[in-house]
Design a protein. Sequence first.
Length: 307
Amino acid sequence: MLAVVAGTGFDASPRWPTRIQVFVANSGSDNVTVYDTRLGKVTATLGVGDYPTGVGAHPAGHRVYVTNESSNTVSVIDTRTLAVVATVPVGPNPFGVAATPTHAYITNFGRDDVTVIDTTTNTPVKTIPVGRFPHSAVASPDGSRVYVTNHGGDSVTVIDTGTQTTVGTIPVGVFPAGIAISHDGKRLYVANTGGDTVTVIHTDDNHPTNTTKVGDAPLGVSVTPSGRVHVANTGSNTVTILGPTGKPIDVVKVQRMPEGSAAAPDDSFVYITNTGSDTVSVIDAKTGEPAKPFPVGDAPEGVAVTS
């Protein structure tokens, strides 16, 4: 039985001089909160479309893409000026975001496909059919593949970004939602909301290697540079920490209804959105110790981190 760690813990802000910006989509207030970890405070609140849910960062860090589920658009944010610089029409009920240097891939939950956006022109250039109710997406570190969870198909679709076509389907658990990839690109981690599990997949052969039991209704998942996997369990108000192979390490108690999970690129902290308490929990990426959470907008869901 793993111990459950709770409490506000230490103050995260003064420990890391590198400027890390945390972008949080607040679905209940139709805006994005920007938190600067070096300053230890919210630096901007940006209005976007209706019911923003997913957030994804460009690999270069200069753009963030926010899916607006009720207005069927994507808001493009310049991370240097903290301004919305474009609004891109996509398919119905967009949710997940994965970005490569040249394109952003948007999952359209209501149409069983992915809209591909040219990141230079901010225009849609292609639509790729995937499985039923596509939820989340992640790009491989080299940008050659995008992986999409199909919430209604209990599977992951593999997209070749060179040909912009699907090249495989991987069976996973029940109602897959969040997905993350290791920094070396060798392992995928899929949170199966319906089965309270995480499936680990080897990307060399797209073969599931094992399935690990976590908390109730896991949704968001992220991987730190050192290989720790953080899974937000929305039904049990906890975060399960796994090792690279999927072995459980720890369980951290957070606030109500944790949903999104994002790891800082400097291996400092992991950020968890708590939809039921309008906060973001902060967890030390190396020790699992909880830090002081910070308030955001109404019903935060997606989260992304840039430096």
